[in-house]
Design a protein around this ligand. Structure first.
Ligand code: DC
Length: 265
């Protein structure tokens, strides 16, 4: 699987905050006291509609980090599987599919565009059908292994730290992430946000239908056997109900700036 990895453009060169976040690697002592080097990752997990994509992009832009939307990768797998009519219980074929996928983020756009075999699929993966199909496909062991592997490989080429968002960033993919957040909000608020997004894209659906579908998807993502959505032991759980995006970003920045983990650079 070839992935050309683009960088989120740093828009915060002059900020005194930037240098604090700049190092690509941070050192943490393991249980035996050995110094371990880790990629500088901020993991942001959360359910659908929690605002994690917008918050993650803002945060990445603000501190000059790269941004990775892992949900988009599962959505791409779902779209490709649907087109090739691969059933979701055929792990072998799905593994093969993941191996053949040629995904590329174009990060000079905001939000970044996702290309599959040079086709821009950014819009095609954002609809209610792919919402559910991506949740289905993400429960398949072979798909998770391939995506997890790929997401880790992506950090190897990075020239900055990374803000990675998804469901298992802090628990499975980047267990040594420097900062971990679990961003959530009430079901009602998340459904209302998603409903507005759909309307803005010219799609109509009753808000109650959006809410019911979201509930089903949450249930599936939180109760699957592999890498279910749950807070990492060391994650900060942030309920954004009633908060605006700017408030959430400020809250996270404050938390990180006042953390001993930042001062340890
Ligand atoms: O974040 P999103 O709604 O775009 O994600 C789509 C689906 O992909 C979601 O229902 C569950 C799955 N997913 C996952 O299992 N692990 C991730 N790290 C990201 C997404």
């Amino acid at each position: 699987m070839l992935v050309v990895w683009g960088m989120e453009r740093a828009v915060y060169f002059s900020s005194p905050l930037r240098y604090k976040f700049e190092p690509l690697i941070w050192i943490k002592n393991d249980r035996k006291g050995n110094q371990m080097r880790h990629a500088n990752v901020i993991a942001i997990d959360g359910p659908a509609g929690s605002g994690k994509s917008t918050v993650s992009r803002r945060l990445a832009g603000r501190i000059g980090y790269a941004y990775l939307d892992t949900g988009a990768m599962y959505r791409a797998v779902a779209l490709a599987a649907k087109r090739r009519e691969i059933p979701f219980n055929n792990g072998r074929k799905l593994a093969q599919l993941c191996g053949d996928l040629n995904l590329r983020f174009e990060s000079e756009h905001n939000p970044p565009r996702l290309l599959m075999e040079n086709e821009d699929i950014s819009e095609k993966i954002r609809n209610p059908e792919i919402d559910m199909l991506s949740s289905n496909v993400s429960a398949v062991k072979e798909v998770r292994e391939a995506m997890c592997d790929l997401q880790r490989k992506m950090t190897l080429d990075l020239k900055t730290g990374l803000v990675a968002e998804g469901r298992d960033m802090g628990t499975v993919v980047f267990p040594n992430a420097r900062f971990k957040f679990l961003l959530t909000a009430s079901l009602e608020e998340r459904a209302s946000r998603r409903h507005k997004e759909l309307l803005a894209r010219g799609k109509t659906m009753e808000e109650s239908t959006v809410m019911n579908r979201m509930k089903d998807r949450d249930h599936q993502d939180e109760n699957r056997t592999l890498a279910p959505l749950k807070p990492a032991r060391d994650a900060l759980i942030l309920d954004s109900t009633g908060m605006g995006i700017d408030d959430v970003v400020e809250y996270m920045m404050n938390h990180m700036e006042n953390s001993p983990l930042l001062r340890s650079i």
